[in-house]
Design a binder for this molecule. Structure first.
Ligand code: BV8
Ligand code: ZN
Length: 249
């Protein structure tokens, strides 16, 4: 793949790199995205599932949907896109990952600085007393499990529509975007807010914003460089340029 000269130059001088990722980076691991042709939301409407009222109205159905997604995630593993992001850490002073994904694949790939804007499907908590339960505690519970302390309903620790993002995580992520030299926007349709403000904050902070996506998105017109293709293929090609520029470590 040929890359533009201005991008080459930016890679040479950059110190702080931010990766802002969405479901697309996990697609090559076999995890369905939300809005693509075979996206999760096509079959099920987010309002029916990824919101608190839906959960309180029909906890077993929502819990079952998350168990189904956990099973898929447990059988998958990070792909070359996730691992390449970890490799970037050898060549730049600072590499941070801000993800909308709840699949924990960046964590399993070994990234050292991860901000999860929408939570993590492997964590759960009691809606009443907020006690946390990790996935091992709840293995195999088909029906929504009850808290051993207060008998409250246990829910996945993910951010549902209408819910606040975890305190401080979004604000910190905005700062990282504004202070980045290059922000890579990888595999996101950029339609969910406030997460979709991150690339905008990066631009406002003077970062060079590179989009990596199969298709065009709502923000393709406002980034500096929009690359079309699979993240698991493009990211390793960018890493090869970096190795040529800086000498492989
Ligand atoms: C909130 C977690 C309110 C659960 C999810 C403005 C400001 C604030 C809020 C809003 C606002 N406008 C609207 C809102 C409300 C709402 C919202 O954004 N609605 C949208 C849909 C219109 N936002 C909220 O409700 C947020 N909460 O703001 O609270 C508030 C405010 C103050 C006080 C109190 C309350 C909470 C939003 C979080 C919702 N949770 N999921 C779960 O996962 O089950 S959303 C869901 O969408 C996932 O988290 C996902 O990560 C996220 C974004 O989707 P993407 O990651 O982009 O995935 P998608 O499928 O869309 O796209 C994949 C892309 O990858 C595609 O472009 C595809 O081409 C590409 N791709 C595919 N394969 C590849 C690839 N690219 C590269 N390589 C490949 N191989
Ligand atoms: Zn409880």
């Amino acid at each position: 793949m040929e890359f533009r000269k201005d991008f080459f130059e930016r890679l040479k001088t950059a110190k702080n790199i931010l990766f802002f990722t969405g479901a697309g980076i996990s697609a090559e691991s076999g995890i369905a995205t939300f809005r693509g042709k075979d996206g999760l939301w096509n079959k099920l409407k987010p309002e029916e599932l990824a919101n608190f009222n839906a959960f309180m109205k029909n906890p077993d159905m929502v819990w079952e949907w998350y168990q189904y997604r956990r099973e898929i995630i447990n059988e998958t593993k990070p792909n070359l896109g996730h691992y390449t992001i970890v490799e970037f850490e050898k060549y730049f002073e600072k590499v941070d990952v801000v993800t909308q994904n709840v699949d924990n694949l960046h964590g399993r790939a070994g990234s050292s600085s991860i901000y999860e804007l929408h939570g993590n499907i492997e964590r759960n908590f009691c809606v009443d007393c907020k006690t946390f339960y990790n996935k091992e505690d709840l293995l195999g519970s088909e029906k929504v499990p009850r808290c051993t302390k207060c008998n409250g309903l246990i829910r996945p620790d993910v951010v549902w529509f209408g819910e606040m993002l975890p305190a401080g995580v979004f604000e910190k992520s905005e700062q990282l975007a504004m202070n980045s030299d290059i922000t890579f926007v990888v595999g996101t349709s950029a339609v969910v807010y406030p997460a979709a403000y991150i690339p905008i904050s990066a631009k406002q902070g003077g970062a060079y914003v590179v989009e990596i996506n199969l298709d065009g998105t709502e923000i393709s017109g406002s980034v500096d460089y929009s690359l079309r293709g699979k993240s698991g293929e493009i990211l390793p090609e960018i890493l090869n340029i970096i190795k040529e520029q800086k000498g492989a470590v």
